[in-house]
Design a protein around this ligand. Sequence first.
Ligand code: A3P
Length: 288
Amino acid sequence: REDLMFTYKGIPYPTTLCSYEVFKAMESFEARSDDMILAGFPKSGTNWFGHILLELITTFEKKTEVEPTIYGEEFDEFPYLEVGDTEKYQRMKKIPFRRVIRTHLMSQNLPKSVFTNKAKILLLLRNPKDLATSFFKFSKVMAPFPTYDSWDEFFKDFMTGNIPWGSYFTYLSEWNKHADDEHVMPITFEEVKENPLLGVKKIAKFFELPLTEEELKGVAERSSFQAMKNNSKETHGVFGNVLFRKGGVSDWKSLFSEEQNQEMDKIFEECLAQTKLGAKIKYNVWCK
Ligand code: A3P
């Protein structure tokens, strides 16, 4: 399992997706104030929110008849900042404006220009129990991630942060330092699941993509779990079934023992309960 990960600045990453070379090359990345950054720990709904953004931008650009800015030939889909080849930063430079960039990185490991140049960051949050559940199920079938024979084994590594991209609790504590930044908007998986139209409206407003009620409704419908799952063979090939697994809330109850449940409650209480992001993850509602 150790062979599948390497450590960079104290955080483990999967060797199949990231490398020292990419992190070095990332230093040449210069963020812009019109960049749209989608930040979220793996399994927090990155593909879902990426799709919402894609729908919002294409709808907006179609109606305003501006030159489409969506990556086109340069990339198949929105690039992850720290995943892929070392040449990507050069290709990203060619995108004239409104670049959408995804990242699983903790805030302190992002290029500094993201904060100094005030790129807009949509910070995706998900209740840690469902995120751990989703991560475990994903690890079982996805070759790039270390796999686990049992949930108990995975749970231990999740709690100590010995998984790709490290500890979710550290992730949340670090990002909490930016919870009040005006160019950062935290949003939860659960609030958008509960009210997709309201979620889509918040995102459109944050990124200054003015659309009509009808258009926003269309975006919400085309981004529903079912719509995305139905489309997943086309968009993600054989990975479709893995990426669009259940898309719900509270699946953690099928895996956690009472002891594990208490252990996670305890760590949350200790490091996140008093924080702004902790409050956003309405722990008592979604995790108990
Ligand atoms: P589950 O494994 O709990 O089903 P990521 O894209 O960051 O890897 O996150 C994957 C999680 O987001 C999966 O969770 C997946 O089902 C869920 N998901 C993907 N698209 C979704 C959608 N349109 N609505 C709700 N959940 C979605």
